[in-house]
Design a protein around this ligand. Structure first.
Ligand SMILES: NC(=O)c1ccc[n+]([C@@H]2O[C@H](COP(=O)([O-])OP(=O)(O)OC[C@H]3O[C@@H](n4cnc5c(N)ncnc54)[C@H](OP(=O)(O)O)[C@@H]3O)[C@@H](O)[C@H]2O)c1
Length: 238
């Protein structure tokens, strides 16, 4: 795929300072996009900037703070696409014993953070542009200890469908990662997952590159909207 659609496009990646968002930023730069990454930690932003050879603009932003999100988009100005790949600090825990406050905090970051991004980018977003959020396969399959993140991901996927209608012709989509490596050959984590009976048909975790490819597809394809694309090695069929 040539990714010509993304050449010279201005793309914001909130949550672009590590993991999937960082890999996506690298891929976007490689196809000629102008990339802005935002997240909370200045240290992570600086490290990301170094890793990306200074080819990105970075912004310190806590997306849980709605006023900060409003100011961020005002400062950034005109944009073509917005991606949010925010991961909450605490995501798993026993449904009965996990403090509700922890689940609320996770909602604040992953659901509300991405919701604020989708809402306040609108005055600056190109009419041919798109909003691309991140959910996760816990929305679609039960896993012990994942009830909080399941609810958050489900809320994001429902929001995507509603916004695809309400905001058209702006396209709104989501990527739903399955179990993804934190680093190359993250076998220790996969071995731990197997102990919980998690074994996708492709019998390995996905890579950041494979997940990034789904974001690139949804950013470019002009006839996708309201879609959540799982990248899960077949896990949802198992
Ligand atoms: N990796 C997986 O196996 C997996 C599976 C299912 C779903 N997902 C989803 O995929 C997305 C990316 O995950 P990842 O594994 O790449 O996570 P990651 O490496 O921890 O990256 C998360 C990014 O979100 C930023 N962030 C966190 N809270 C923020 C906030 N309040 N405001 C702004 N930025 C914030 C982080 O930077 P700062 O700390 O600097 O803020 C970081 O850049 C998440 O939505 C995650 O839930 C991942």
């Amino acid at each position: 795929m040539k990714n010509e659609e993304l050449k010279n496009r201005r793309v914001i990646v909130v949550g672009g300072s590590s993991g999937i968002g960082l890999k996506l930023s690298e891929e976007l730069i490689a196809v000629g996009s102008e990339v802005v990454i935002a997240s909370r930690s200045v240290e992570k932003l600086m490290a990301a900037k170094r890793q990306l050879d200074n080819k990105v603009t970075t912004y310190e932003l806590d997306a849980r703070d709605e006023q900060a999100v409003i100011r961020f988009f005002f400062e950034v100005g005109e944009i073509d696409h917005v991606v949010a790949a925010i991961k909450p600090d605490q995501v798993t825990g026993n449904f009965v014993t996990m403090p509700s406050s922890e689940v609320r905090k996770a909602f604040e970051a992953k659901y509300w953070g991405q919701c604020y991004v989708a809402r306040h980018c609108l005055p600056y977003l190109s009419k041919e542009g798109s909003i691309l959020l991140t959910s996760g396969i816990a929305s679609s399959r039960g896993y012990k200890g994942y009830s909080g993140i399941a609810a958050i991901n489900g809320a994001i996927e429902s929001l995507v469908k509603a916004l695809a209608v309400e905001l058209a012709p702006i396209r709104v989509n989501a990527v739903s990662p399955g179990f993804i490596e934190r680093f190359q050959n993250d076998t220790e984590r996969y071995d731990a997952l197997k102990l919980f009976g998690i074994r996708p048909p492709l019998d390995r975790m996905g890579t950041h590159k494979e997940v990034s490819a789904a974001y690139l597809f949804l950013l470019q394809n002009q006839y996708t909207s309201g879609m959540t694309l799982p990248i899960d090695g077949g896990e949802l069929c198992a």
